[in-house]
Structures are given as structure tokens and as C-alpha cells.
Design a protein around this ligand. Structure first.
Ligand SMILES: NC(=O)C1=CN([C@@H]2O[C@H](COP(=O)(O)OP(=O)(O)OC[C@H]3O[C@@H](n4cnc5c(N)ncnc54)[C@H](OP(=O)(O)O)[C@@H]3O)[C@@H](O)[C@H]2O)C=CC1
Ligand SMILES: CC(=O)[C@@H](O)[C@H](O)COP(=O)(O)O
Ligand SMILES: [Mn+2]
Length: 382
């Protein structure tokens, strides 16, 4: 039996690499549904190749244009309802959520309610609604298989181990494009410089997050929820080579690490085939090519976003939602060259100072806070 898959965010960096993996194993997977925001040219090519039954296009106008371009065998649906529908279809076995941003939360919730297996790349789902997601996973007896490389690494290190035996999780960070820059020189960096990740080719939002180290902060929160561990037991270590994707230290001080070339197709394939492993068309890791693997502490002065994310998680409640919403708006403004690099942590700190966090019980409460934070940042930017 082929595994029937729905891919949310199929036109992006993770989405297209997921289709690369599926292309290599056509006998094992069937693409039942695809979803994206507006890139209908790429979707048209994907429909032609994979013949999905459903395609969700968030942008209604683009959805209408696409309907006229393709055969009626594929049903086109639009807006958030489209994403929800393809996350909870009857005839799918697995949902791979690789949309970018907090828009990914609601489809994940619906996938859980529909008791689907979930391969999660959309880290914002857990950053914003980790507590709610955790409750729903328990209630519907559903598991999330992480796609994010660090979390996939930890997940692999924990196979056959007991959670009580963990003493800490060690998340590796490349340090991003500015790892070796002096703080003084970071003030006027351009978005083009910030997009040049040293090891990974990724979408724009996560690339900027890697440059500010907010990506690692979001990943600390993601790890807290995925592995049910206190943030004080999650350490970040700068490892510029991105060969060790993360590690787990156990009570007896033994450390287990997962290594590999920086290639997202490996964690994606593992999430699609778990608990099995399949061959990959990749040369694999040649240790003789690496003279040294290095490690050092993060510099919180150069990269305040990492500290802000730890703070937001420690405060809890709606604070991580505010951190994330503010960050999404600020990253866009930085990409549009409307603010400077250090305005990102500056405004996140400001909004965290004025936000009075509360506990939440529903998606609707989170949505209200998310909208408030986005409006506050937009109004208060200099
Ligand atoms: N890229 C990577 O290597 C890694 C990414 N991740 C995480 O995976 C997620 C995706 O990242 P990445 O692939 O780099 O991002 P990209 O920007 O490359 O792709 C984003 C995808 O999401 C779609 N999308 C955006 N908004 C909506 C919406 N409102 N409705 C439907 N679809 C939408 C885009 O559609 P369209 O093309 O039409 O705009 C696109 O398909 C992020 O959460 C990121 O943090 C985690 C680890 C590694
Ligand atoms: C590939 C992946 O998982 C990214 O999240 C990556 O980790 C980004 O690199 P940084 O370590 O620079 O944040
Ligand atoms: Mn990652």
C-alpha cells in the first residue's frame, strides 16, 4: 500500500524537497493533496507531475486562475478552509505541514482532530500554540514526527531511550551568516547579506531568523513542546559546520548525536518513512573532509533574539505567540528594507515589555493575541 500524503506548503523549500524525496520513491508514496499561498505556476507543474486530487490555494484570485488552467480531475479549494480541508481529508495517511508562519497552526489542529499522522516542519505551530497542540495530541492520541533538522536529530537520538533518562538536549546552531562579524558591523547589514546562510538553502523567513538566531530561539520552544522538557535543560551550542544536527545528553553523561550532511531531504525522508529507513541518493558524510568540528557559546549581545525567545518561553502563556507574531512582521519589514537588523530584537523586546501574558485555552484566544501583536508592531514602528 502506498502512503497517501498531503503537503501544505508544497511550493516552498521544504515542500519541493519533499516532492524530491517522493520522486525517488514513487512506488511508496501517493501525493493526494498540495497546498500553497499563491505560486500557481509551480503548483501547475506539480499538478501535472503528481496528479493530486485536491489543491488548496490560499489566495482566492489565484485559485480561480488555476482552476481555468488545469483539468477538472483536481479539485481546487481556497483560503484557510482549503488548507484545513487538505489537512484533514479522509483518504490521506500523513500530513506534511511546511507552510511558513503562524498560519500553519490551525491546519495542524485540524489534522490532529482528524487523527492524521503529522510530519511537522512548520515550527511556528508549536511556538505559538505548543500548549494547545500538546493537549490535543494527547486527547486524539496522535503523534508529531519532527522535520526540523535539529528536532529530527533529537528524535532519532531518543529512539529506544526513556524520557526520564535525559539530562539535557543540545541544539546545534550554525551561527548564521554573521557568526564571525563584529557587533559594530551588524548595524547596517543588508537583507541580501542576511539571506546568505553559510550551510543551508532555505526560504527567506527562516534564513533571516537564522541570521538573528531567532531561528534557534524558536527551535528551543519547539523542542520544549516536542520532547516535554524544561527550557532550562535545552542548551544551544554554536557549531558552524552544521554536521552534528543536535545531541542528547543522558543522566549517565553519555551523549548521543546525529550527524549528516546539511541536506533537508534526510530529515524529510525519515519523517515520511518513520520508523523505517530507506536508501538515499546522496554520497553521505566523508569524515576525511573535515579537519575539525568546532563548538562555542552563542553571543547574546550580538544575537538578542535568542535570549528573548528563552524569556518568552519561561514567561509562557501568550508571550511566545507575541514573540512570534512580532518577529514575522519585523522580518518582512527588514526584507522590505524598512527597518534595520537590530530593529528586529528592539521591537520584540518593546512589545514583550508591554504585553501582559495570560493563559489560553483556545485557538481563538491565540488568534486575537497574534492579531494584536501584528497591529501593535505595524503602528509603533518608527
Ligand atoms: N527550509 C528549510 O530548510 C527549513 C524550514 N523549516 C520550517 O519549515 C517551514 C517552511 O519553510 P520554507 O520551506 O523554508 O519556507 P518557504 O518560504 O520556502 O515556503 C513556504 C511555503 O508556505 C506556503 N505558504 C505561505 N503562506 C501560506 C498560506 N497563507 N497558505 C498556504 N500556503 C502558504 C508558500 O506558498 P507560496 O510559494 O505560494 O508563497 C510556500 O509553499 C517554516 O516554518 C520553516 O521555519 C524548518 C527547518 C528547515
Ligand atoms: C535546516 C534547519 O533545520 C534550519 O532550521 C537550520 O537549522 C538553520 O540553521 P541555523 O542553525 O543557522 O539556525
Ligand atoms: Mn532547524
Amino acid at each position: 500500500m502506498k502512503k497517501r500524503i498531503s503537503i501544505l506548503g508544497s511550493t516552498g523549500s521544504i515542500g519541493t524537497q519533499t516532492l524530491d524525496v517522493i520522486r525517488e520513491h514513487r512506488d511508496r508514496f501517493e501525493v493526494v493533496a498540495l497546498g500553497a499561498m499563491q505560486n500557481i505556476d509551480e503548483l501547475e507543474k506539480q499538478i501535472d507531475e503528481f496528479k493530486p486530487k485536491f489543491v488548496a490555494v490560499y489566495d482566492k484570485n489565484k485559485a480561480d486562475i488555476l482552476k481555468n488552467r488545469i483539468s477538472s480531475k483536481t479539485k481546487i479549494i481556497s483560503s484557510i478552509e482549503g488548507l484545513i480541508e487538505i489537512a484533514s481529508l479522509n483518504d490521506i495517511d500523513l500530513v506534511l505541514n511546511s507552510v511558513v508562519g503562524s498560519i500553519g497552526l490551525l491546519p495542524t489542529l485540524h489534522a490532529i482532530k482528524a487523527r492524521k499522522n503529522i510530519a511537522l516542519a512548520n515550527k511556528e505551530t508549536l511556538v505559538v500554540g505548543g500548549e494547545l497542540i500538546t493537549k490535543e495530541l494527547e486527547r486524539y492520541n496522535v503523534n508529531i514526527i519532527p522535520v526540523d533538522s535539529e528536532h529530527s536529530a533529537i528524535f532519532q537520538c531518543l529512539q529506544g531511550e526513556k524520557r526520564e533518562a535525559i539530562s539535557k538536549l543540545i541544539l546545534t546552531a550554525s551561527g548564521g551568516p554573521f557568526n564571525n562579524w563584529e557587533l559594530e558591523n551588524l548595524k547596517d547589514v543588508t537583507y541580501k547579506e542576511a539571506l546568505k546562510h553559510p550551510n543551508w538553502s532555505m526560504g527567506k523567513k527562516i534564513s533571516i531568523d537564522s541570521a538573528t538566531l531567532m531561528n534557534k530561539g524558536l527551535e528551543v520552544i519547539e523542542a520544549k513542546w516536542l520532547f516535554d522538557i524544561d527550557v532550562d535543560k535545552i542548551e544551544v551550542v554554536i557549531h558552524p559546520q552544521s554536521i552534528i544536527h543536535s545531541m542528547v545528553e543522558f543522566k549517565d553523561t553519555s551523549v548521543i548525536a546525529q550527524l549528516g550532511l546539511p541536506d533537508m531531504r534526510l530529515p524529510i525522508q525519515y519523517a515520511l518513512t518513520y520508523p523505517k529507513r530507506l536508501e538515499m541518493k546522496s554520497p553521505g558524510l566523508n569524515f576525511m573532509k573535515y579537519n575539525s568540528l568546532t563548538f562555542n557559546e552563542p553571543d547574546y549581545n550580538k544575537f538578542p533574539c535568542l535570549r528573548l525567545a528563552y524569556d518568552a518561553m519561561k514567561i509562557g502563556g501568550t508571550m511566545p505567540c507575541v514573540l512570534n507574531a512580532a518577529n514575522e512582521v519585523l522580518v518582512n519589514l527588514f526584507l522590505e528594507q524598512k527597518i534595520k537588523f537590530f530593529d528586529i530584537p528592539y521591537y520584540i523586546e518593546k512589545i514583550m515589555d508591554i504585553h501582559e501574558p495570560s493563559n489560553y485555552n483556545s485557538y481563538e484566544e491565540l488568534l486575537e493575541v497574534d492579531i494584536w501583536a501584528r497591529e501593535w508592531i505595524t503602528k509603533n514602528i518608527r
